[in-house]
Design a protein. Structure first.
Length: 144
C-alpha cells in the first residue's frame, strides 16, 4: 500500500477532481510545449507522457496546427483497487498558429520518452536569397 505523506498534494488532487480539470473531448486539458528555431526549421516539443503514439492526432488546417491526445487509465480490471491516482487522464489538446513562412506540407513528427517533437521547415520562399544586379544599359527590373 502507498502512503500519502503530503497533505497539500492530496488537496490539489481533490481540487482537480472536484473542478473537473481532467480533460474531456469537449473540454480538453492543455499540454505544455516549447517552441524554438533550430537552423532552417522550427521545432515544437509537447509533453504528453503515458500516451501511446496511436492515441495522438496531429493535423494542420490552413496555418493552424492542432495536436490532440488521450491518456486512459493504465489499469482496467475489476479486481484492481486503486490506492493512489495522481496522473491526469482524459483528453489533451493544443493549437498553435503557424506563420505563412513555414512549409506545413513537410512537417515531421517524432514521439519519444513522452515528448512529441514536431519539426516544421521554413519555406524556401521565406529564406534569404541573393538578387543579381544588372549594370548600365542592360538594366532590368528585379522582383523578389
Amino acid at each position: 500500500m502507498l502512503m500519502r505523506t503530503d497533505p497539500f498534494r492530496e488537496l490539489d488532487r481533490l481540487t482537480q477532481q472536484l473542478l473537473g480539470t481532467n480533460g474531456t473531448w469537449s473540454r480538453p486539458s492543455a499540454m505544455p510545449l516549447d517552441a524554438y528555431r533550430e537552423g532552417d526549421e522550427y521545432v515544437v516539443a509537447l509533453d504528453i507522457p503515458g500516451v501511446t503514439p496511436e492515441a495522438i492526432d496531429v493535423d494542420v488546417e490552413r496555418n493552424m496546427l492542432t495536436v490532440r491526445a488521450e491518456r486512459r487509465p493504465a489499469v482496467n480490471s475489476d479486481d484492481v483497487q486503486m490506492e493512489l491516482s495522481e496522473r491526469p487522464l482524459g483528453a489533451f489538446s493544443r493549437q498553435v498558429m503557424l506563420a505563412d513562412t513555414l512549409d506545413t506540407d513537410h512537417i515531421r513528427a517524432d514521439y519519444e520518452a513522452g515528448v512529441l517533437t514536431l519539426r516544421i521547415p521554413i519555406a524556401e520562399r521565406a529564406k534569404p536569397h541573393k538578387i543579381e544586379i544588372g549594370g548600365g544599359a542592360t538594366h532590368r527590373e528585379i522582383r523578389a
